[in-house]
Write a protein that binds this ligand. Structure first.
Ligand SMILES: [Zn+2]
Ligand SMILES: [Zn+2]
Length: 377
């Protein structure tokens, strides 16, 4: 398999600086990301771009590549099979497929006893329409792993100290040599099974966490939900996720908002819509009506004489407060002219008299009719 030159892959010249590399990589990565680009070859292309960038962006690897070409970076060259987390995503799984059964081996990543970030957590919150609009405070029950307060995350009973793991000598990982039909002798690293990567053996485990260093706690967390959130809004509470391991930072807590529908209002961005039924007399003669507001009050609305069905009135600043900005959206009132269905005799007579004075409307489609059926052309 012949490999393309890394500079050629990224479309940069050999003297390109890191800013240029990054720009080129970003542009190509966006173009060929398999989630964006549906083409079947995009995944291979994306890997190629990623590989080229990982090498050229690392001064040491780039220098080796400049001198020895691909021989400096290929697997089995004794060179660089370790591209770190998130680099060569798939290299690990390729190794696993070839040398499966390593018991938790994830090759290509060194230093198993490096700090590990705690997991992110999610909490769902259901709000009424008004709570979402105007903001509110909520107390959440969050079950999560926290650092054990008895041993302060050491895992050892206070007063005792862990000793160095005898299996890995404190490195947290063990190395395995395997013969590969493709690459010759390959050395892979696996998390030390004896100490689980910590490099230490705890002789007297902490009485509270049993040496696990973290304990499960049902934590109550107050969260201020800002005005203007909507269904699906995610609020990040930094560091409120699970505690990290080996000195790593805590994860984040994501609060995901769900909003109940309102009996009257329908939200669209920061505007709210409502339907206003009016009778034919109000529509024809005009009227002043009271309409409810989101705040629980009332506003008056002037309906001019001759208002047609479907007419929309706008009341400024009576919508939803804009999330993390000032001002509010608008309230839009959609008029629905209701044709009466249960007229009594007197009402029918009145309408007949009215009908006699109106004469025959000509039956000719208006321009508006065509626009409604076929859209604007
Ligand atoms: Zn403990
Ligand atoms: Zn060990």
């Amino acid at each position: 398999m012949s490999k393309r030159d890394y500079y050629e892959v990224l479309g940069v010249d050999r003297s390109a600086d890191k800013t240029t590399l990054k720009k080129a990589f970003r542009k190509l990565a966006q173009q060929y990301h398999p989630d964006v680009n549906g083409a079947p070859e995009s995944e291979a292309k994306f890997k190629e771009i990623n590989e080229a960038y990982q090498v050229l962006n690392d001064d040491q690897k780039r220098a080796a590549y400049d001198r020895f070409g691909h021989a400096a970076t290929g697997p089995g060259s004794g060179g660089y099979t370790d591209f770190g987390a998130g680099g060569f995503g798939d290299l690990g799984s390729i190794f696993e497929e070839i040398f499966g059964g390593f018991g938790g081996a994830t090759s290509g990543r060194a230093r198993r006893n490096a700090p590990r970030r705690g997991a992110d957590l999610r909490a769902d919150v259901r709000l009424t329409f008004e709570e979402a609009a105007f903001g509110c405070e909520r107390e959440l029950d969050v079950p999560r792993m926290e650092m054990c307060d008895r041993c302060h995350g050491e895992g050892a009973e206070p007063g005792t100290t862990p000793i160095r793991c005898s299996t890995c000598g404190g490195a947290g990982e063990v190395q395995r040599r395997q013969q590969s039909p493709l690459f010759g002798t390959v050395v892979t690293a696996a998390t030390c099974p004896a100490c689980n990567g910590s490099g230490e053996t705890i002789t007297s485990p902490c009485g509270k966490c049993n040496g696990a260093k973290r304990v499960r706690v049902n934590r109550k967390i107050n969260v201020n939900i800002p005005a203007g959130v909507d269904d699906g809004t995610r609020i990040r509470l930094t560091g409120e996720g699970e505690a990290g391991m080996l000195g790593g930072p805590a994860g984040n807590l994501f609060v995901v908002i769900g909003v109940e529908p309102h009996p009257i209002f329908v939200r669209q961005e920061f505007d709210i819509h409502m339907e206003l039924p009016v009778n034919i007399a109000q529509a024809a003669l005009g009227a002043t009506v009271r309409i409810p507001t989101l705040d629980g009050g009332e506003e008056s609305l002037e309906i001019p004489a001759g208002t047609q069905n479907g007419k929309i009135f706008r009341k400024r600043n009576l919508g939803i407060p804009r999330l993390q900005r000032s001002g509010r959206g608008d309230m839009l009132i959609n008029v629905r002219v209701v044709v009466p269905t249960n007229l009594n005799g007197e009402q029918k007579d009145l309408l007949r008299k009215l009908a006699a004075t109106l004469g025959d409307e000509s039956i000719e489609p208006s321009k508006g009719f065509f626009d409604r059926i076929f859209g604007d052309r």
